[in-house]
Design a protein around this ligand. Sequence first.
Ligand code: FES
Length: 106
Amino acid sequence: MTKITFVSPDGEERIIDAEDGDTVMDAAINNDVPGILAECGGACACATCHVYVDDAFMDKVGTPSEMEESMLEFNEHRQENSRLSCQIKVSPDLEGLRVTAPESQY
Ligand code: FES
């Protein structure tokens, strides 16, 4: 298990024990975290699992694949630290990861 803090757009925080090997999106959906919709179920095809990754974890989560990049490219809420949470695998390396949901997933 790896602890992940999800921050909603209004600043509310939830700390979740995520299963290693799941994605950050799985952890959010399995725990009813608000603000993460994941309409495509993790296929990297909807971008409604968008999150902002805390700066301290940007190196650890790595860089987006070409496919993820193409999904983020035209997202109007995109920031430097934007990622699709279905493309981040939970592992002990990410203990304490903190991600924030955008104001809107559309
Ligand atoms: Fe659809 Fe992540 S769940 S892109």
